[in-house]
Design a protein around this ligand. Sequence first.
Ligand SMILES: NC(=O)c1ccc[n+]([C@@H]2O[C@H](COP(=O)([O-])OP(=O)(O)OC[C@H]3O[C@@H](n4cnc5c(N)ncnc54)[C@H](O)[C@@H]3O)[C@@H](O)[C@H]2O)c1
Length: 328
Amino acid sequence: MAETILVTGGAGYIGSHISKALALSGYVPVVYDNLLSGHRELVRWGEFVHGDICDYTALSLAMRCHNISGVVHCAALAYVGESIANPDAYYHTNVTGPLNVLRAMQACGVSKIVVSSSCAVYGHADGAPITEDTPLQPISPYGFTKFVMERMLDDFDMAYSVRSAALRYFNAAGADADADCGEWHTPETHLVPRIVMTALGRIPELHIFGNDYPTPDGTCIRDYVHVTDIAQAHVNAMRYLSEGKPSCKVNLGTGRGYSIKELVDAAEAMFQKKIPCVIHPRRAGDPAALVADARYARTLLQWMPVCSSLDAILATGMRFTQSFIGHD
Ligand SMILES: NC(=O)c1ccc[n+]([C@@H]2O[C@H](COP(=O)([O-])OP(=O)(O)OC[C@H]3O[C@@H](n4cnc5c(N)ncnc54)[C@H](O)[C@@H]3O)[C@@H](O)[C@H]2O)c1
């Protein structure tokens, strides 16, 4: 019989792609989301339960009613700058939230979980590719909440045998190839949708924060991973845990970084449009370069990023924005 997986945050950007990937792989996803930044329209591959992860009673009821056998936990607040301005909300959602998820799992006899972690747990890396053994030194409240969640997973494994896979995403980007789901935030602050919106003339210019970083062209370098690849890693991780294998923490990156300027150049070439850019001072907490050493995911989870070329990221991002998101 097909296993039913609770996807917290499944109405959001990454969670919706994970729900589709789970459904295509024979799982039954059930989305649990409070729609704070998610959209009901992105819940298309399973039942929807409107609820908050900080509401233990509703969460455990949802797990019990749907006979859940595993959890993918994506629900979180996910902006570094906002976490500095409002740490209270971040500790509540990103620490109390996963604690509730783990408590509800215990109460319902669910013993495997895949979680959205982040390269923000590493903080300022020295520019070399980041391995899973790179010291964890988060510099923002957001990164620290992900670090605490990972420590909670270790402790729940040790004490209660809850096995977990913490997937440390680098920069998720792009959209579903069929434009069934994609990146849709209000306001949108992420780079690829903002490049697309500038190319479409929906915003007048692209704001770039800092062009004096110690990188070849002065703009920040990031490791962009297609969201479809990220979603597939959750399927692989769920299978890995189902085989009884031990808990793990794994980078999800490509191992190749691109600067903001390289992304803009690629977009101008692909869309045949000039992307007007305005340079602003650096933002607090933005490291010059964050690039994964992605080898561990390959060996442990048999995961390879196969959709993560810049062209695929830009083309799918454009298709989703054009077909799904209105002009207002
Ligand atoms: N986007 C990235 O590049 C990136 C990188 C690293 C890690 N992550 C992590 O991936 C996860 C998903 O990120 P995303 O980009 O899809 O963000 P998103 O905002 O699109 O999705 C988050 C979802 O969680 C829901 N949610 C928030 N608080 C909730 C609560 N209290 N109860 C129930 N649901 C709640 C929101 O409504 C939304 O649907 C987050 O945990 C984030 O920290 C994202």
